[in-house]
Design a protein around this ligand. Structure first.
Ligand SMILES: [Zn+2]
Length: 282
């Protein structure tokens, strides 16, 4: 009988310019932001979050959007600007979250309260991953890499990372304690390598993929924004906005190698439009 279950949720959608996820090596951040692009070319992509039910606890990976982004379950410009912290960030990415789609609303349908969550694992601190922290503020812990907090504190990232998203949920920072992944930096969450948080820098300095492994060595890789879809690692397509494209490429090459491993059961990008909510038994 499988002992680990991973629930894949869609917690609303994010709207971005097409160059943001798939801009490639020659795309610059201004083009990728879409601020000067055609609004009708924009893409609506799913925003995922995951619940790992493991013999040693319940772990939530990312949070999706907060209810305050769409108080009535509909697109709401004013509410978004307030929740995102600035008009500029709203211009780069908009979000919407329908009624019943917030992570806590979906967990409650399964009989799970935020206080049942042993740790929220934040792959990085971008809005579509951390804006919904307030929905699960009763969780026992909120873990993020110290590298990501240092990155978020840079003056140049003031708009990208709005501190209001985690004002009610003090973050616990960790330093890497293991050596897996493309840059040899990872965090062994439970001390048995069954859940490893693996640094895949490029999109953001402290970004991590979550590798969940069972006793037979079969694993699931949740690679967050290391790539935006399956084709990102298949064709090594970098995104338009990246803190470091060279590193992003190195991370994508590693995601590719992992995804092609015969022991890899599923390999999932956070915003892949081809992935539907489902449950993985591991
Ligand atoms: Zn994202």
């Amino acid at each position: 009988m499988s002992e680990i279950r991973i629930h894949v949720f869609h917690t609303g959608e994010v709207c971005v310019a097409p160059d943001l996820p798939f801009g490639g090596d020659d795309c610059n951040a201004v083009k990728a932001s879409g601020v000067f692009g055609k609004k009708e070319d924009r893409l609506w992509l799913p925003v995922s979050a995951y619940l790992i039910e493991h013999p040693k606890g319940k772990f939530l990976v990312d949070t999706g959007w907060a209810r305050e982004m769409s108080p009535n379950g509909e697109f709401d410009k004013k509410a978004q600007i307030k929740s995102l912290g600035s008009l500029i960030l709203y211009e780069v990415n908009q979000g919407r979250i329908g009624a019943g789609e917030c992570i806590d609303e979906q967990l409650l349908k399964m009989g799970i309260r935020d206080s049942d969550i042993d740790a929220v694992l934040l792959t990085h601190l971008d809005c579509d991953h951390a804006n919904g922290l307030v929905q699960v503020k009763g969780a026992k812990k909120f873990l993020v890499s110290a590298d990501e907090v240092r990155f978020a504190n840079k003056i140049t990232n003031k708009i990208r990372y709005y501190k209001g998203w985690w004002k009610e949920t003090p973050l616990t920072e960790f330093e890497w304690n293991d050596t897996q992944g493309p840059v040899g930096r990872s965090y062994d969450l439970l001390g048995d390598r069954s859940i490893e948080l693996i640094n895949i820098p490029g999109h953001a300095d402290g970004l991590f993929a979550v590798k969940v492994k069972n006793e037979e060595g079969k694993f699931v890789l949740l690679f967050s924004d290391g790539g935006y879809a399956r084709k990102s690692w298949e064709e090594l397509i970098t995104s338009g906005i990246a803190a470091d494209k060279q590193l992003q490429k190195q991370s994508l090459a590693w995601i590719r190698e992992q995804s092609l491993d015969p022991d890899c059961v599923e390999s999932l990008a956070n915003h892949d439009p081809d992935i539907q909510p489902h449950v993985i038994e591991l």
